[in-house]
Design a protein around this ligand. Sequence first.
Ligand SMILES: O=c1ccn([C@@H]2O[C@H](COP(=O)(O)O)[C@@H](O)[C@H]2O)c(=O)[nH]1
Length: 287
Amino acid sequence: MTARNFSQRLGAEFAAKRHLCVGIDPHAPLLAEWGLGNDPAGAERMGRDVVAAAAGVAACVKPQIAFFERFGSAGFVALERVLADAREAGLLVIADVKRGDIGSSFAAYAEAWLSPGSPLEADAMTVAAYQGFGSLSGAFKLIREHGKGMFVLAATSNPEAREVQRAVREDGRTVAQAMVEDAVAFTSPHDNHVNSVGVVLGATLTLADFGIDVTLPPASPAIPVLAPGFGHQGASIENAAETFGGLGWALLANESRSVLTGGSDGLAERVRRRSDTIAKALVPQAV
Ligand SMILES: O=c1ccn([C@@H]2O[C@H](COP(=O)(O)O)[C@@H](O)[C@H]2O)c(=O)[nH]1
């Protein structure tokens, strides 16, 4: 068992009022704006600069693996260096990989992203439970034994997802609601104030439309919510408390393009400003 696991470290971030998650999304136009090549070296440079700007200011970073994977093996080498920097800086890393498969294959994905010592080791990964929540059990073992974390897609920020995620299951719950409840029901010996398994809920949504009740008081352990959709997709971090209600206690507000836009000059200041704003926006939810 690791001494400082994901759940404890996340709890410490929230206690320090750090709720910002900075996305590492090296889109081609952003790399051009930064004066970097649309290649592995450019993606690595951007990623390492984000890590340096986020360390001690943001709660975590979230590399979007797609932007590294598009370069093949050289992209993965670049990503490994970004991950190593983040570990060195003591930053929590959520690998945005959105993996899912039958249990035996999913277990190999979990091994790649959550095993201690793996070159791609992160603190937590994003997953898709389209093949059933139980198909994720390969990660449960790593979470329980090594104090890792996982975020299950529940109600995602993109408008196309509504037809699937608002669908009502045989048990009368929406798909999104069932994802949240299954994540809440997961337990790990590491869970203290914060659950090791969280959910992805888009900041662009009215969560009640998905059967998710945000008016309830924060649960204990609180379910961590990774919330993309702020900034470029239109949601405003100033409105985070209203959107997430009782879920705001353990909110990770993600911004990628809106923070990365503007080049590496001024990046640290943009991160600091966003971090301050989200902390103030969530004041009523604070510990
Ligand atoms: O519901 C979801 C799940 C994941 N994402 C990812 O988050 C970032 C958002 O980037 P922005 O530039 O801040 O829009 C990106 O990596 C997405 O793949 C999401 O947007 N919505």
